[in-house]
Write a protein that binds this ligand. Structure first.
Ligand code: SF4
Length: 400
């Protein structure tokens, strides 16, 4: 199996107090039931007062560029317009993470007026979506295209897609990456989230001295499919179709430095062709310059910026990847009159259980949320809600 060397890539500078993103959960209610969801679907809309308090906690403890408004599905919240406004009024980019089911053109218009910066649509084949049951990942591209076109029509709203990757769907990843490239004018980010579940075979869970039955939580357990797919494997898979595919930046694991928890690839091209990939230096320059100018690291970019990929070629003197891109691009000098788009491909590898029982989290977690005035991992919120703490894991029968 391919093993990428993390030292060859740029370590994104994101950390607990200075990050690109924060994660707001105004509700746990959802209008779908997806496999792999780590939140209990319940009618729990937070009031605007609580939402504002949580935003205040973010702004007092953590710099960030964008706020992922997530859930549950945030479009089920009756005050979603005010929530977007409130994020925007704080000078942050409101990004709605949704399955899209409740999004209409009228609602989109209102959200745009309120200041929405982007959407991340979660679409995959294990969502029991009405009218799309039994469709595979590639058949769902029609639905992805519908939402991408809706945003393109509304103009200058960033469009991202999340897809959870399972053992039996991972072979679709190269085709999904290709679909994203073929729609590079409409899709700014493609995210692959590797499926995870509780690993009862490897570890036991404890709250202090008390052993915890993980069945008490909504996290899936005792699943038969793989829960240890690695980001490197996904890169290897994509390379079967696109041998030049190469990431530029990453977040490592909190316990395992050479694991890739967020693995970012930046590519430049058009609907027909990718001319090349950003290298580590250009990502370092972009993140650093954004911080120098705006005092925060960059999260999402609007379509009016990503469609101007040619300006990124100005960084090619500093970056091997972009120099190669520049040469490829100018092989046909007429290209200079054509658009060059930028697109990100992110691979997210959530919690891993190590041999010694430790849980390897994302070091510099961007999806940190607020609970009881504290910053906590959003992927492990159910533990906070049930026990008021994160539970610890140890190798099987370690305490006997
Ligand atoms: S630690 Fe959990 S919440 Fe944070 S980025 Fe990783 S998977 Fe997401």
């Amino acid at each position: 199996m391919l093993k990428l060397n993390h030292l060859n890539y740029y370590r994104l500078p994101w950390n607990l107090t200075d990050n690109a993103i924060s994660w707001l959960e105004p509700t746990a209610k959802c209008n779908l039931y997806c496999d792999g969801c780590y939140r209990k679907n319940e009618n729990s809309h937070k009031s605007m007062e609580v939402v504002n308090q949580e935003l205040d906690v973010f702004t007092s403890l953590r710099k960030c560029d964008g706020v992922s408004i997530a859930g549950g599905d945030p479009l089920t919240h009756p005050d979603i317009i005010d929530i977007v406004k409130s994020v925007k009024e704080r000078g942050l980019k409101p990004i709605i993470n949704t399955n899209g089911l409740a999004l209409t053109k009228e609602l989109l218009k209102e959200l745009k007026k309120a200041g929405v910066y982007g959407f991340t649509f979660h679409i995959d084949s294990k969502q029991t979506r009405p009218h799309w049951k039994g469709k595979n990942e590639l058949e769902l591209n029609e639905l992805r295209y519908y939402y991408a076109s809706m945003l393109a029509e509304a103009k200058n709203i960033s469009c991202a897609f999340n897809s959870t990757v399972y053992e039996d769907t991972m072979h679709y990843v190269p085709e999904l990456a290709k679909w994203a490239q073929q729609n590079i004018d409409k899709v700014q980010v493609m995210v692959f989230i590797l499926y995870r579940a509780v690993n009862n075979e490897k570890v036991d869970f404890y709250l202090g001295p008390k052993k915890i039955d993980m069945g008490e939580l909504v996290y899936n357990e005792d699943v038969e499919e793989r829960t240890d797919i690695q980001a490197d494997e996904i890169v290897e898979l994509i390379r079967t179709q696109d041998p030049d595919f190469d990431p530029c930046a990453y977040l490592n694991g909190s316990e395992k430095p050479d694991s890739f928890k967020w693995l970012l690839t930046g590519r430049l091209g058009n609907k027909k062709k990718i001319y090349g990939y950003m290298g580590k230096k250009s990502m370092e320059i972009i993140q650093t310059m954004h911080h120098v100018l705006y005092d925060r690291y960059l999260a999402y970019s609007a379509p009016k910026m990503t469609k101007n990929g040619k300006s990124m070629l100005l960084l090619s003197p500093f970056d091997k990847g972009l120099r190669k891109t520049f040469v490829n691009y100018l092989k046909n000098p007429l290209n200079i009159f054509k658009r060059l788009h930028y697109q990100s491909v992110m691979i997210i590898q959530p919690v891993d259980f190590l041999e010694d029982g430790r849980q390897n989290m994302c070091d510099g977690c961007p999806d940190i949320t607020v609970w009881n005035g504290k910053l906590v991992w959003s992927c492990r919120m159910e533990e906070q809600l049930k026990y008021g703490h994160n539970i610890k894991s140890y190798p099987k029968n370690f305490m006997n």
